[in-house]
Design a protein around this ligand. Sequence first.
Ligand code: ATP
Ligand code: MG
Length: 543
Amino acid sequence: MLPSANTYEELREKFQWDIPEFFNIGVDICDKWADKHAAREALIFAEEEGPTTTYTFGDLKKLSNQLANLLVSQGINRGDRVGILLPQAPETAFSHIAIHKLGGISIPLFSLFGEEALEYRLGNSGAKALITNNAGAEKLAKIRSSLPELELILNIEGTDFGTRSLHAEMAEQSHDFTPVKTKAEDPAIIIYTSGTTGQPKGALHAHRTLLGHLPGVEMPHNMFPKEGDRFWTPADWAWIGGLIDVLLPSLHHGVTVVACRFKKFSGEAAFQLMQDLKIRNAFIPPTALKMMRQVENPSDRWNYSLRSLGSGGEALGAELIQWGRDTFGLTISEFYGQTECNLVVSTCAELMETRPGVTGKAVPGFDVQIVDDNGTILETGQLGNIGVRAPNPIMFLQYWNNPEATKKKFSGDFLITGDKGVMDKDGWIQFVGRDDDVITSSGYRIGPGEIEDCLLKHDAVAMAGVIGKPDKLRTEIVKAYIVLKEGIEPSDELAKELSEFVKQRLAAHEYPRELEFVEALPMTTTGKVIRRELRARAIDEEV
Ligand code: ATP
Ligand code: MG
């Protein structure tokens, strides 16, 4: 946990890692608490317009022990991979715990993945078992024949589609289980990247990843945990942002996590949940915040009271920070990282004067620098690769089954994120864009984030995606794809107005020379704009 400090500098100075030789995520987030405080509330599971159920740490221990016994009885052992294809649910939480306790490797999978996405990830990871529901089982039935290593499918809803009943079979198992003694360095989780730039890669993480994440969770959440904290995220627990930035660290600290199954996520439903379940801490990615921002006068309609709100995964931008102040009376903290090495840059409103639009400073315990392609540190103010010095406790072990890609990810002493940024003399790091997203126009290097943020300030705009479109004269021109707020009609006048809006606020070379209205932007399941698809679209239009 972070030491107490009055300033960011003091915090950085005082902080020291303390990673034990032996560490097991399942024991740490469950048995550690259950053995002393079995009745402590661990999880509240809410179904939209349905019942709300509470699980204590004692409940999670019993359930995870039964599942661990069941898996072991079916030949699942240390080092085996087990997929979890479920939305936020108690079964998702205790499945992770059970897999870790038996020394296995869990593979979180988005419940919205289609057959192809599942086939790729399950095949690539060589999963031996899968825990899912009816919707997942139906998809699996169609691809099972191409997954020879997958021996067992446990279904939380019954036995349809040739699956076996998780709950019925668990009920016959003992409540006691002796966890495998794992080293902090042993593999624990394969989590696939979002696939924004190409095929997703399976980042293999060690048990220590949870400890490595703690400073980067505590900082944006204003020294989490504090008395009365209760954490919720709309981000799926299959994503590192939901799993290792919210679920695992909360349970590590003994803080209650709220899990919610929305019929369909909406801004209204989010405010309603915050009120009803008295949420105190939330991680809400920018895309979800943009949806919430479309709800009018939320503070008149709901009675919510957040203590901390963190966001990341995409640039947050000044406009959302301002909206956050007006809506929640607090400063949204931004954090930055990636599946391979998450939560290494952050802001913390309690410790520093934040600069809206600037990504943040290195989280204590991490050395983040702007480096060239050889891993040499660049001078202050120069645009280069955002690099993270290795090793450190949050760093992934390797890409599963892909030593070449693993090797390519590092240069010199640094992990090369594949993102471009600049750092100022005070250590503020500005994310400029992914390698491919940075726009080169008339000799300028332009990040799409700043233009998207500016467009968002216009009353008519709900979402914006900005790219560089190839241009003979200027190398590239700035092109913006715009999703308008509900009820607003696209027109040539509005397009002109928006271009002009950016020109006046940013710079003449940054305004979108082309602007197109669209119904929706192409997004990954984690809510990231897939700009490479917009680029391909822009090129196609030319032909
Ligand atoms: P793939 O690696 O498969 O292309 P991905 O990089 O989108 O997918 P993730 O690991 O989920 O997969 O996302 C990490 C990336 O998200 C970062 O490398 C960065 O580009 C972006 N990102 C994360 N946080 C921020 C932030 N605060 N501001 C801007 N971009 C961010
Ligand atoms: Mg990536």
